[in-house]
Design a protein around this ligand. Sequence first.
Ligand code: ADP
Ligand code: MG
Length: 362
Amino acid sequence: MSDTQSFAPGRVELLGNHTDYNGGVVLSAAIQMGISATGKCRDDDKIVLTSEGIDGVVAVNLRDGLKAHDSWEDYPLGVAEMLSRAGAAIGGFEAHFSSDLPLGAGLSSSAAIEVATAVLLTKLFPFQISALDLAKLCRRAENDFVGVSCGLLDQVSSIFGKKDHVVYLDCRAETVEPIPFPKDLGLLIVHSGVKHALTGGEYNERRDQCFEAAEKMGVPALRDVSSTELAAAKLPDLVRKRAAHVVGENERVFQALEFLRAGNGDAFGKLMTASHRSSMENFQNSTPELDALVEIAVSQKGCHGARLTGGGFGGAIVALVDLEAIERLSETIVSEYRKTTGHPGKAYRCLVSDGALAASGV
Ligand code: ADP
Ligand code: MG
């Protein structure tokens, strides 16, 4: 019998920064880079895992129970465990993974390996589960088995991505909708070369400030606050600034939905740049390197907007660019960035692509 295949893409957050834990809304896109899995069922109870570029073979026996090892295999094993708990008849299997996602660029390789495993296993051991429940199951694998807390965005984007569409996730309602993305536009992800220093300290502090704002305003979450209401509220200055970012991001996502539905990519790009300015001024989760990259990007012809993507405090920016100019822009932005900051920087040209189900023929 020939091997079974799956593919799960990485993702990039486009708008809706730090809105997930505030019950808010996010726009993201699946990209063409991701993780492929190839595998087959075994006659025994063994799970045998390998990954290109990682030495060694992981072999565990299902009869011993699946446990985390503090290693990469926790992601696929976690998915197998969560599928079993959900009632899937997971037996012994082999899986080999290969990835073209750059490491450390924040493109969510963890969700890609989870989703690639989940799609492979539901092909090998047929099991009825909705796409949203599969995303939630992968998230549980990361939260409860691997032991890393994360929202639902990464898994949803990897599963629900659609060519020429962005993924709109309402984190409170847990609903997902594809929104058309202009066919003549692409995404440039440019890594600042400065390591993601999301140590938890800053992240948790920002989160607590958001929760404090909601509590002082007597609402369950900042999702329930409009910018007019925020302006009228009595809040400490710093807490107001943090809240202004999240409230503004939610409002920008709602505006973006209208612009994208109207095919207005340029207006969408301007919202991305406004998002970055708010990160700089209100949320203070940017860095001088990310600011330099955004300034360089938005001053180029053919770039409609740019912002930091993901948690911030380092990492990458995403720029919305004309597809016909993407190659020229990737070279110009990186060389200008090198001149300005001395950091190497690295650009990845991304197309808004299909998610794991479409890409795996499910
Ligand atoms: P990301 O932003 O890429 O999701 P994470 O720290 O959340 O970063 O996840 C990265 C982890 O996912 C890696 O340390 C590794 O354990 C696992 N992983 C990612 N890609 C692969 C791969 N191709 N093979 C094996 N494990 C991988
Ligand atoms: Mg991750």
